[in-house]
Design a binder for this molecule. Structure first.
Ligand code: BV8
Ligand code: ZN
Length: 251
């Protein structure tokens, strides 16, 4: 078992800025679940599903063409996330929620790990693998497994699909509205574990920057957002976030 690398020191002026922050907004992507064993999209392109590009398979067109393949890919992902646990980064974010007068956690992830870690409220910008709905009439549905794959809607006979946002589909309007509103009022915006390439989610940090929020990025690698960040903490969120909470609590 390799010893986890110590977290890089949290800059003292960032700690001060967080201590005086009223409204903190956090955006997470697949990177925060990487240390739980959930492949990121970039890993998925090299991993088990390398022959399928998520940007190809996660679309209404792919579902129309090959509904069973798309259903099976999401069922595989659902089983995978049902078998993993939140990591220290998810738990640190759940802790952080109580440290500020206003704290908004929005995620592009569909694995429900923030909720499992105890985050009180999570804005799921791209839906959740834990829910299914009818592709024809949009009714939420219970059945996950049935002979026929995808199962059929009891109400209209349409095909069931995962309740996630596919490429080319709009985000849930109420969720996007709340996420945009929170970003437009943020004092500090933390962008954690996301390659910041998928829109409109990636535009939310730009909304925050436009109103003068401090932008903090936590990611082992640079992203298109890195040049815009006031602080780019290079490292895994499972190490950096607990260090951030500990430093805040000790200050
Ligand atoms: C839409 C759910 C129109 C399903 C996902 C301009 C404007 C608007 C749209 C577009 C536009 N240009 C192009 C578009 C279309 C498209 C888009 O943005 N395409 C990209 C590829 C260019 N956008 C859409 O289609 C959106 N819909 O615009 O529709 C519309 C509008 C109104 C009405 C009708 C239609 C819908 C996008 C949502 C797609 N669904 N997910 C599923 O899960 O399968 S997207 C999915 O990929 C994720 O949810 C996430 O959003 C995205 C990227 O993934 P990341 O989370 O960032 O993960 P990634 O692997 O890329 O990166 C991981 C990062 O973690 C890396 O940086 C890595 O360094 C880091 N990391 C690794 N380990 C760690 C770590 N970080 C910290 N700690 C570690 N240990
Ligand atoms: Zn239906």
């Amino acid at each position: 078992m390799t010893r986890p690398r110590p977290a890089p020191p949290i800059p003292s002026d960032l700690v001060e800025a967080l201590q005086s922050a009223e409204r903190v907004v956090v955006m997470t992507g697949a990177g925060v679940s990487a240390e739980s064993g959930v492949p990121t999209f970039r890993d998925a392109l090299t991993g088990l599903w390398a022959k399928y590009d998520p940007r190809e398979l996660g679309t209404p067109e792919a579902f129309a063409r090959q509904p069973q393949l798309v259903w099976d890919w999401f069922a595989w992902r659902r089983e995978l996330v049902e078998g993993v646990k939140p990591n220290a980064g998810h738990r640190a974010l759940a802790e952080l929620a109580s440290r500020f007068p206003s704290f908004t956690l929005m995620t592009q992830n569909v694995d429900s790990l923030h909720q499992q870690a105890g985050s009180p409220e999570v804005l799921e910008l791209h839906g959740s693998l834990s829910r299914v709905r009818c592709h024809a009439c949009n009714r939420p549905a219970e059945t996950f497994d049935s002979e026929e794959r995808p199962p059929r809607c009891e109400a209209c006979g349409g095909l069931l699909r995962p309740d996630v946002v596919w490429f080319g589909e709009g985000l849930p309007a109420d969720v996007l509205e709340r996420a945009t509103q929170a970003s437009s009022e943020a004092d500090v915006f933390l962008s954690i574990g996301t390659s910041s390439v998928v829109y409109p989610a990636a535009a939310l940090s730009e909304v925050a920057i436009r109103v003068g929020a401090l932008l903090v990025e936590i990611n082992p690698d640079p992203t298109p957002m890195t040049p815009l960040a006031d602080y780019a903490l290079a490292g895994p969120s499972g190490i950096i976030l607990p260090a951030l909470v500990a430093t805040l609590d000790a200050a």
